[in-house]
Design a protein around this ligand. Structure first.
Ligand SMILES: Nc1ncnc2c1ncn2[C@@H]1O[C@H](COP(=O)(O)OP(=O)(O)O)[C@@H](O)[C@H]1O
Ligand SMILES: [Mg+2]
Length: 1044
């Protein structure tokens, strides 16, 4: 398997690299490991030169970055360039400081190991610039948390403040850091910067009171004078833009530098102070201290005639007392007298002029020095990560940035250079420890076949300086403590006595010939790993003691300036113990620094200064060769070439990459070394690419590792998906189980509820049945508890039955059969119901229909049960008349007149009284009479009043006889008529003539009057069909069919 190439938008990156490679002749190699002749220093320097000429200031030695100061702005630090380097491996792109920064950052995130980036090189080589670039890179590319943009800003803004107070123009560098700085940038587990911490080392305080020719004091003094607002300067008692007036600023005779804009610097510092979180009062007090240092410098003394020293500059004194918030007269006394405590008694003795000047300078230095320390603390408070709960070593990691003064050689080297160069020896020692020495020791321990590389181990020099009792620092401290008259010279002599034979130590007295000439009488020479340096001992004791007169300290303790009062503690005055000397303090802090650095994974930037003139494009070979030599770059290269770029414990290696091989994934159960062997075999590592040691794997080329990393990166996706799937599966299953459990609980509860309800129902049902049966048994007993349910039920069901089966009409006779106990009630109800129906019926009835009914009712009263043909007539409706007006002769109508209107007419047959001849006639019933009509002739008219009665038979014939009084001569006797509508006609006649009670229904014979005293008879019999004949006895015999 070979790995996928990284593809994402890095085409541009790849182009840069390839063009770089194709132009190798012109620009040299980007990694010294690729040099053919890697043992040749000339080839090394030639490669640097080629690249420098092309503006390529960065070159690798494996993972070490070599940087040559371009002394001009290059366009390689843009935001786009930062983006390009994000997540890109070393070998994929031409060397860059961002690549190194990114590599450390990635290592921090993937391996969660603290990192540190050590930037070394001599003064002016570009260390501070490099550290700033790295900080900018991190603040740009790292992800942000909600509040981390403020932290980013603060991290960035801490630089201008510290530079203003701790940097100065020197001969070597216009912006030389005069203090050492180690900064931790703290990242959370997501890689977002969340805080920072700064450690500062040995500020070069002597610069406050004195500067070498061509150098300046710290930037802040000039910035305040150039940029400070008029009102501020006035308050501070300073004169604008005139550094010449201040003694502390004129020592180097170089108040202004064209490359530095102090005015602009002031603005930047003011802004940075606000961003970091200084309030206006603090800024004010800070500036009061800066101003008071300048006023101290201008404080002058004279020796009067009595030999006492007096302050001659009262205005300065006034400003001082005002700015420092101390009593003027006390300050004055402290500046001119010292306080001696002897046998518990305090005595005051005057200073000599020289002593007064020295006291003044030491006060200025001490004040400035502790203010600087206060400033660092203040910045640290502002950068500190506040979220304590969140902060723990597990979830945050740091990248440390070390920008410490580089190796320094001046014409005149003093205590400061001694300390600075000692520090560089220590760093070189660390470098050796971490790379060269440990590399080689490790190869041996691991049994790796390896070509030994000789290198110079500078431990001997470190020991020379720091060894207990015998080292230079120990001897210096001893001299400082000596009660007798110790002096710088006595210190030099002591050094000669103790260290005279040391190979790296030489003095004027001990050297011979040529060397003796090169060393001054008051100098000692140390042969540093980086070269020889002569140190002038004058001032060593004083600087090492770093003491401020007690009297002055007391004054400062009482200061009303809050910064000063925080810096000078009364407790220190009480403490009779001697404080650690400056050199010992420095030694201790360096030891701590080494510990910090040792605990982290280092990355190196080796800065080289191409010329002393700070000019772009000038490549001073001698100067560079010296730096290449003392930085140990050739040794570094040789060890790297022979050695391995990467090594890892089998366990760690396997743990990290095991997912890339099916045999080792997810777990390897065999021996670790075999697991790693299987893994690298699967990864197709070539034999020359790696070696397997006893407990570690060694990989020759970074490229091999990077490809493996790429493969892992790609594999992570799959692993993540697998993890996600399993997790989702797991969580869904868990969820399903939870739901199922819940369902079961609900189900069982519900079943319980249902079961209980059912049981209750059954119980109720059984009770009901029991009650029912009991009730049934006792149904005939009087109502009691035992039968009331049954009785109620019977009643209820009967009533419901009634309700359901109510008669629909008045004719509907149906009615549910009531239980015996309800017979009476049932009857009542039936009656009420019928009553209602009838009522209903009646209210809805029409007038004609009413009339019809009345007639029918009457007919029923007369004929019901009396006459056979009555039932047949019931369904046939009575009509208003059987003869319409046009059927009646007009003449008849006219004769009858208006008053005698025909109400009813019907065709009848009239039988003669004598011969019973049948004749067709019309019977008309008028309002007052019954009229028999033949055509236009009125045959007979019978007034209703004259009508005696009407006779009909009980059979089904249509005969009826109208009885008329025979006494009336106008009348001819009773009228025998037959009609098809006998019931209707007789009923209507009875109504009109009001003869309802005069209707006679005979069984078989009707007698009628033929004339006065003469009677006729009609006999009625039943037969098969209708027959009307005159019998021999003179009767009319009517046979009618029987209606069954
Ligand atoms: N990468 C760079 N690009 C441009 N100029 C640089 C660069 N590095 C250094 N310089 C120049 O060199 C000067 C000295 O660099 P500095 O970092 O202060 O040196 P050191 O801290 O090593 O003493 C800077 O002020 C700047 O002008
Ligand atoms: Mg610097």
């Amino acid at each position: 398997m070979r790995y996928r190439r990284r593809e994402a938008g890095e085409g541009a990156v790849r182009l840069v690299m390839e063009s770089t490679l194709s132009a190798r002749d012109r620009v040299g190699v980007q990694d010294f490991l690729l040099l053919e002749n890697y043992n040749s220093e000339a080839a090394f320097i030639e490669n640097l030169r080629r690249r420098y000429r092309e503006g390529l200031i960065y070159t690798y030695i494996g993972s070490v970055l070599v940087s040559v100061n371009p002394y001009r702005e290059l366009e390689i630090y843009s935001k786009q360039n930062m983006e390009r380097h994000r997540g890109v491996h070393f070998y994929e792109i031409s060397p860059h400081i961002f690549a190194l920064a990114d590599n450390s950052y990635r290592a921090l995130r993937t391996e969660r190991r603290d990192q540190c980036i050590l930037i070394s090189g001599e003064s002016g080589a570009g260390k501070t610039e490099a550290s700033k670039k790295i900080l900018q890179y991190y603040t740009h590319i790292c992800p942000t948390r909600n509040n981390t943009h403020t932290i980013r800003e603060r991290l960035l803004q801490s630089n201008p403040i510290l530079e203003a107070f701790g940097n100065a123009k020197t001969l070597r560098n216009d912006n030389s850091s005069r203090f050492g700085k180690y900064m931790d940038i703290q990242f959370d587990y997501k890689g977002a910067p969340i805080g920072g911490h700064i450690l500062n080392y040995l500020l070069e305080k002597s610069r406050v009171a004195h500067q070498n020719h061509g150098e300046r004091n710290f930037h802040i003094f000039y910035q305040l004078l150039e940029g400070g607002e008029d009102s501020l300067l006035k308050r501070l008692g300073l004169e604008k833009t005139n550094p010449q007036h201040y003694h502390y600023l004129v020592k180097g005779n170089c108040p202004r530098v064209s490359a530095i804009s102090d005015k602009n610097g002031w603005k930047v510092v003011r802004n940075a102070l606000t961003i970091i979180g200084f309030n206006e009062d603090e800024i004010q007090e800070l500036m009061e201290i800066v101003a008071s240092v300048l006023h101290l410098g201008n404080t002058q003394f004279v020796e009067d005639e009595e030999g006492e020293t007096q302050v001659t500059t009262e205005p300065q004194l006034r400003y001082l007392s005002q700015l420092l918030g101390v009593d003027g007269s006390i300050l004055k006394e402290a500046l001119t007298h010292k306080k001696i405590v002897a046998k518990g008694e305090e005595m005051i003795s005057p200073f000599s002029l020289e002593q007064a000047l020295s006291a003044r300078d030491s006060l200025a230095k001490a004040t400035y020095g502790c203010t600087f320390t206060w400033l660092v603390q203040k910045i640290n408070q502002s950068l500190a990560f506040k979220d304590e709960v969140y902060y723990s070593s597990k979830c945050s990691s740091v990248i440390g940035l070390l920008d410490i003064y580089g190796f320094e050689v001046f014409q005149h080297n003093s205590f400061e250079q001694f300390c600075i160069n000692y520090c560089n020896e220590k760093l070189q020692q660390l470098f050796i420890e971490l790379t060269l020495k440990s590399d080689q020791e490790e190869y041996e321990a691991e049994g790796i076949v390896w070509e030994r590389v000789e290198y110079f181990n500078n431990k001997i020099i470190c020991d020379l300086v720091e060894e207990k009792h015998k080292g230079i620092i120990a001897i210096l401290d001893e001299e400082c403590l000596r009660p007798e008259d110790a002096s710088d010279i006595s210190f030099l002599e002591k050094l000669e006595d103790t260290l005279g034979t040391h190979a790296h130590f030489v003095t004027h007295k001990m050297a011979n010939g040529k060397i003796r000439k090169a060393i001054g009488q008051e100098e000692f020479r140390l042969v540093h790993y980086a070269g020889e340096v002569n140190y002038n001992v004058s001032g060593f004791l004083e600087k090492n003691n770093d003491l401020l007169y007690r009297h002055l300290k007391e004054v400062m303790c009482r200061s009303e300036n809050r910064i000063i009062s925080q810096c000078f503690h009364v407790d220190e005055l009480m403490d009779r113990r001697r404080p650690e000397t400056a050199a010992t303090q420095f030694k201790i802090s360096l030891a701590k620094l080494m510990e910090i650095l040792m605990s982290k994974e280092p990355a190196y930037i080796r800065c080289i200064k191409p010329n002393d003139a700070k000019q772009p494009g000038r490549f001073d070979e001698v100067l560079i060769r010296r730096q290449v030599k003392y930085l140990g770059l050739m040794e570094n290269l040789r060890v790297r070439r022979a050695g391995f770029a990467y090594r890892r414990n089998y366990k760690v290696f396997l743990e990290r990459y095991k997912s890339l091989c099916p045999d080792t994934w997810p777990n390897w159960h065999g021996k670790l070394s075999e697991g790693v062997a299987t893994l690298v075999k699967h990864l197709n590592y070539k034999p020359e690419e790696y070696k397997l040691g006893r407990s570690k794997i060694f990989i020759h080329f970074p490229r091999t590792l990077f490809l493996t990393e790429d493969a892992l990166e790609a594999r992570k996706q799959t692993i993540a998906i697998t993890l996600q799937t399993s997790w989702r599966g797991y969580s869904e299953r868990a969820k399903y189980h939870r739901i199922r459990q819940a369902v079961i609980v609900i189900q069982s509860w519900w079943r319980g509820v249902k079961g209980r309800r059912k049981a209750q129902c059954r119980r109720q049902a059984a009770n009901t049945i029991r009650k029912f049966i009991k009730g049934f048994i006792l149904r005939n007993e009087p109502r009691c508890l035992d039968n009331e349910y049954f009785l109620d039920h019977v009643r209820f069901s009967f009533l419901m039955k009634v309700k359901r089966n109510l008669p629909k009409s008045v004719l509907d006779k149906s009615w549910p059969r009531p239980p015996p106990s309800l017979t009476e009630a049932s009857e009542h109800l039936h009656r009420i119901c019928m009553h209602n129906l009838v009522n209903d019926y009646i209210t809805k009835i029409q007038p004609e229909w009413k009339k019809q009914l009345e007639q029918k009712v009457l007919a029923s009263a007369i004929f019901s049960g009396q006459k056979d043909c009555y039932p047949q007539s019931v369904p046939k409706l009575f009509v208003a008349t059987r003869l319409e007006t046009d059927e009646i002769n007009l003449k008849i109508l006219q004769t009858l007149g208006k008053d005698n209107k025909v109400k009813y007419g019907v065709d009848v047959i009239k039988y003669d009284r004598h011969g019973f001849r049948a004749r067709v006639r019309q019977l008309l019933l008028t309002t007052s009479a019954a009229v028999l009509v033949q055509e236009a002739k009125i045959k007979q008219c019978i007034d209703y009043s004259a009508l005696l009665g009407i006779s009909v038979s009980s059979l089904s014939d249509g005969f009826f006889v109208l009885h008329i009084p025979t006494a009336d001569s106008k009348q001819k006797g009773d009228l025998v008529l037959q009609c098809d509508h006998v019931i209707e006609t007789v009923t209507k006649l009875a109504i009109m003539a009001d003869k309802i009670h005069n209707i006679n229904i005979s069984q078989d014979r009707i007698r009628f009057a033929i004339a006065r005293g003469k009677e006729g008879v009609i006999d009625f019999t039943c037969g098969s069909d209708l027959r009307v004949i005159k019998t021999k006895n003179g009767h009319l015999s009517v046979t009618t069919p029987r209606i069954s």
